[in-house]
Design a protein around this ligand. Sequence first.
Ligand SMILES: C[S@@+](CC[C@H](N)C(=O)[O-])C[C@H]1O[C@@H](n2cnc3c(N)ncnc32)[C@H](O)[C@@H]1O
Length: 285
Amino acid sequence: MQRSNVVEALYRHTAPRYETAIAPVMRPFAGDLIQAARIRPGDVVLDIGTGTGIVVRTLLGRAGRILGVDTAMPMLRIARSLLPAGTKHVTFLQCDANTLDGLGNACCDVAIASFGLGDCHPDRVFRAIARVLRPGGRLYSQEWGPYDRSGDPRAIVNDTLADYVTEAAEGLRQRFRQHLAVPRPWDTRLQDSDDYVEALAEAGFIRVKVTESRPVTVIFDAGVSQFLDYVLAWAPQQMELQAMSIADRRAFHQAATQRLAPFCDATGKLHWQPLVFRASGVRKF
Ligand SMILES: C[S@@+](CC[C@H](N)C(=O)[O-])C[C@H]1O[C@@H](n2cnc3c(N)ncnc32)[C@H](O)[C@@H]1O
């Protein structure tokens, strides 16, 4: 199975839980990035890896035309279904960001990607974005920064899960294991800010700015259980959990709950402040 097919399968199987368990976490990051993008009325905005359309819905009424692209049809179906009735000037399109085939040259003023590029090939996708942006058009993107294995609760859940998964796996569960074990081209090519600057400059961007910071603190009001819902909503984790015995599942929950306790405040709310890489640039004139 090709890498792109595994990614498509991952989002096909994650889509049913995305809006309830994952979107509440992604929304504040999208809002923060959009604020940085300072969209002007009339701007034609492209949202790459739109998923269930969080960025598109946040932009309604603020931009001219909005185009959301994604490879996963089940995500796009949800995005379409969540648009308010009578919404105009919004289009969702199934399209691979690595090429953006189907989009004309210089057709957009702004490109936004909120955690939508991580499964793409950096050089290909930056070149494709440079092609569809008009000269002077702007790109704003964000992706997760490196995991701090002991200080990031997401890594702690995944490491705890790994202690309880069944030894053998087959079918899609095995494909997900193989997929996750191999570093993504995104992470190998873009290890630090200098790599981003180089890749974007080579693709035709100027005034490139890259930051590695913790721009958003997500507060999980319902504490550990809500955080576990978020991490375990992803298809590979769901499948591992479902394949476990009831006793192992219970033991995993107990261990994870204990290890996540230090991230909770006195009222039981869990605070998460992950590292994020943000990159922006202007399409060369
Ligand atoms: C982590 S989700 C982010 C979705 C949304 N931007 C958000 O903030 O919730 C990543 C999205 O990128 C899409 N994606 C992955 N690879 C892609 C590619 N090559 N071309 C277009 N979309 C892709 C996935 O299908 C998924 O919907």
